[in-house]
Design a protein around this ligand. Structure first.
Ligand SMILES: Nc1ncnc2c1ncn2[C@@H]1O[C@H](COP(=O)(O)OP(=O)(O)OP(=O)(O)O)[C@@H](O)[C@H]1O
Ligand SMILES: [Mg+2]
Length: 256
């Protein structure tokens, strides 16, 4: 059963994937951390639905909660309240092992801080998820992916021997490796020059278009955000659609 978004009719839906199944659904998602004498609310009551095959940009100022939201949506962190459903599975109801399995099989994540394994070469970093997933030719596939992100000449470099932008591209190749059905990317072009950023944007959009990968990206890159089918704003932990349209709130059963 699909819930419609409240206020959906006033949002331009020209770029949306019509009537696709829901890939990602967050309900009243909130995150707080306890400080010494206080509780800091980082994210409050976020509701969203993203359909399979959509591309969504999350934009907002530094410190507004974008990375926090992405981590919760991908099941990397546990929310203080609310729920996330990813491809029909309620993440919080899964054990840690089940969550790890779900991520390994269906989710790609490009971290803002890359999180490459420092002792492994670029090639080995990309091969790792392929080997864990039982891919039949991990090295061939990893070489191909690194060549696609322009790093065919840097296969044997470790992260320390790579520039920030090169590390970012290894992280992107690694996230693509397992052919995820949903790819979360935190500032995927953040460390790249215009030309390389454009090439990575092309790659992300091609993945979305050709393989139907659902893309959820945090970005400050206006060009990349504009290429996404939908944009969400986050300000001081509150999520909204642009143009004054509130973020979707779940409808009561009677109004579905
Ligand atoms: N574990 C934590 N403990 C305390 N504060 C935290 C914690 N994690 C995040 N924060 C705070 O929550 C806010 C949101 O952090 P978050 O990393 O989600 O921001 P962001 O929008 O991704 O910012 P940026 O664009 O700089 O990456 C920040 O003010 C940050 O300092
Ligand atoms: Mg961030």
């Amino acid at each position: 059963m699909f819930h419609r978004f409240a206020g959906e009719s006033v949002i331009d839906q020209s770029n949306r994937v019509p009537d696709g199944p829901i890939m990602l659904k967050a309900t009243d998602l909130g995150h707080q951390v306890d400080l010494d004498n206080d509780t800091l609310t980082i994210l409050q009551g976020a509701n969203l639905e993203i359909k399979r095959g959509e591309s969504v940009a999350i934009v907002g100022r530094s410190g507004s909660g974008k990375t926090t939201l992405l981590g919760l949506l991908a099941g990397l962190d546990t929310p203080s309240h609310g729920t996330v459903e990813l491809d029909g599975a309620q993440i919080s109801a899964l054990s840690e092992d089940e969550r790890a399995q779900l991520r390994a099989q269906r989710v790609g994540f490009v971290f803002q801080s890359f999180q490459l394994l420092p002792a492994l070469t670029a090639l080995e970093n990309v091969m790792l998820p392929l080997e864990l997933g039982g891919h039949e030719a991990p090295e061939t596939k990893a070489r191909e992916l690194l060549t696609r992100v322009g790093l065919g000449e840097r296969l044997t470099h470790t992260p320390r021997q790579l520039s920030g932008g090169e590390q970012q591209r290894v992280a992107i190749a690694r996230a693509f490796a397992a052919d995820p059905i949903v790819l979360f990317a935190d500032e995927p072009t953040g460390n790249l020059d215009n030309h390389t950023g454009q090439a990575i944007s092309d790659l992300l959009m091609a993945l979305n278009r050709e393989q139907g990968t659902t893309l959820v990206m945090v970005t400050h890159d206006e060009h990349l955000a504009a290429r996404c089918g939908r944009q969400l704003n986050i300000e001081a932990g509150e999520l909204s659609e642009p143009d004054g349209v509130s973020a979707p709130t779940p409808l009561k059963e009677s109004s579905v």
